[in-house]
Write a protein that binds this ligand. Structure first.
Ligand code: IFM
Length: 458
């Protein structure tokens, strides 16, 4: 039984962010180097060659961000803590100034009536830990649990709902197999080791957080509905589903990696990797689950490629699975992801059926070009993002339908508050409901923000 997850009759609404994507100030107040600081310096790693060293400067402008969230009328603000701000080299001494920043952020949110929800890991691993093997090394899981406890000890009196990891699929497979995210390694099937260690880190942290009295420890997964294209052999679809969804849900719900997953990821049967007690620790460790959804995944036969279909850049991120072509139908957002709100409804119903856990949509949103700008009487000049507004409206409606059909869904959190550093895309893709001028850092709400504000005001 969770204690603090939203539980009112209406779906709680909020906005999300992540430390490296907005904070900037990467060399300030004793913050250590993260794998994203290092990776984004590699030529070609980000589309525009830029990094998160300034980002939205939220480290200094957090009060502006909090005001935007509060003025929106949001119930929740989902933020993540940068591990290298708290423990600069990943283990050992704690940086008081880093903790003090999150104190200020949390207090500012509470002062304006917004409930903060925290994520311990949204991909900014201390570089010092990567130098010792990163998530391929079991010790990283233990270091993660120690770090989570330091943060919880400081903020847990005010932040009651925590997620351990955000999208561990990206951390493991985009980071250690496809090399498109930090640390940019191409380790093939070894990346399954990272997945297990991320889960172990979650389990170790959850156990200690529960012992410290927390009853709202969750994990945020970018699960996906897998919709195979005609002609795809069933085992190829199964391999994709196994590595995208079941590698997480199996241990969390059943305490097991299933046979179909072990077919494509045999290393997960290695007793040196998955040690006695690991799976028991992970099973039942989440009190709630966050679902991040943007688009369905349509694996299709590798050839022939139907005209107009594109290969998804995450293809390398399913090591061991049969090769597939990822088909992306129209309409698409500016980042090339298919828009299909039904995918969210199906995913929520399936995830609830599979887990029985209270769910939150912890991320959903869309990148659009934001090229329509107009003067609005009484508001001023702002982005008219009708496409994003429609995307959000349709996906909130899909969430409501899944709720009405019986899924226990407590919240819907928009990705994202601010236009920000979109990882390998640099600053070329805009997901924000608030425009950020990269030169002046001026924040200007878009039409989608105003629409959400109206909706929240009832
Ligand atoms: O920006 C990311 C976020 O950090 C994790 N989920 C997907 C978003 C859009 O790509």
């Amino acid at each position: 039984m969770t204690l603090h997850l939203p539980s009112g009759p209406a779906l709680a609404l909020g906005a999300a962010s992540a430390s490296y994507q907005i904070e900037g100030a990467t060399a300030e107040d004793g913050r250590g180097v993260s794998i994203w600081d290092t990776f984004s310096l590699v030529p070609g790693a980000t589309k525009d060659g830029k990094d998160g060293s300034v980002a939205c400067d939220s480290y200094h402008r957090y009060q502006d961000d909090v005001d935007l969230v509060a003025d929106l009328g949001a119930d929740l603000y989902r933020f993540s803590v940068a591990w290298p701000r708290i423990i600069p080299t990943g283990v050992g001494s704690v940086e008081e100034r880093g903790l003090a920043y999150y104190d200020r952020l949390v207090d500012a949110l509470l002062a304006r009536g917004v409930t903060p929800t925290g994520t311990f890991y949204h991909w900014d691993l201390p570089q010092a830990l990567e130098d010792k093997g990163g998530w391929l090394d079991r010790d990283t899981a233990y270091a993660f649990a120690d770090y989570a406890m330091v943060v919880h000890e400081r903020l847990g009196d005010r932040v009651k709902v925590w997620a351990t990891h955000n999208e561990p699929w990206c951390a493991a497979y985009l980071g250690y197999a496809a090399a498109v995210h930090a640390p940019g390694r191409r380790e093939g099937g070894e990346a399954h080791r990272a997945a297990h260690h991320l889960l172990l880190g979650h389990g170790l942290a959850a156990e200690r957080l529960h012992a410290a009295g927390s009853q709202d420890v969750g994990i945020v997964l970018n699960l996906a509905p897998i919709w195979p294209e005609p002609g795809l052999p069933p085992e190829a679809a199964d391999g994709i589903d196994a590595i995208r969804n079941r590698v997480w849900l199996g241990p969390l719900v059943d305490g097991a990696y299933d046979a179909g997953l072990l077919r494509v990821a045999p290393v997960l049967a290695d007793p040196e990797l998955v040690r006695e007690g690991d799976l028991d620790l992970i099973r039942g460790s989440a009190d709630w689950m966050g679902v991040n959804y943007y688009t369905p995944v349509r694996p299709g036969p590798v050839e022939p490629t139907p005209a107009g279909d594109v290969r998804h850049p995450e293809t390398d991120a399913y090591p061991g699975a049969e090769p597939v072509t990822f088909v992306v139908r129209e309409p698409r957002t500016d980042i090339g992801w298919e828009v299909d709100a039904y995918g969210l409804e199906e995913l929520l119903l399936e995830t609830y059926k599979r887990t029985g856990l209270p769910l939150m949509v912890t991320e959903n949103g869309a990148a659009y070009a934001d090229d329509v700008v107009a003067d609005v009487p009484g508001v001023g000049r702002c982005v008219q993002d009708e496409d994003r507004r429609a995307y959000l409206e349709d996906h909130i409606a899909a969430t409501e339908r899944a709720r009405q059909a019986g899924a226990d869904i407590r919240g819907y959190i928009v990705w994202t508050l601010l236009d920000n550093f979109e990882w390998a895309e640099g600053y070329t893709k805009y997901f924000g409901i608030v425009h950020v001028d990269p030169q002046t850092q001026e924040r200007t709400p878009k039409a989608s923000y105003r629409w959400l504000q109206e909706r929240l005001r009832g």
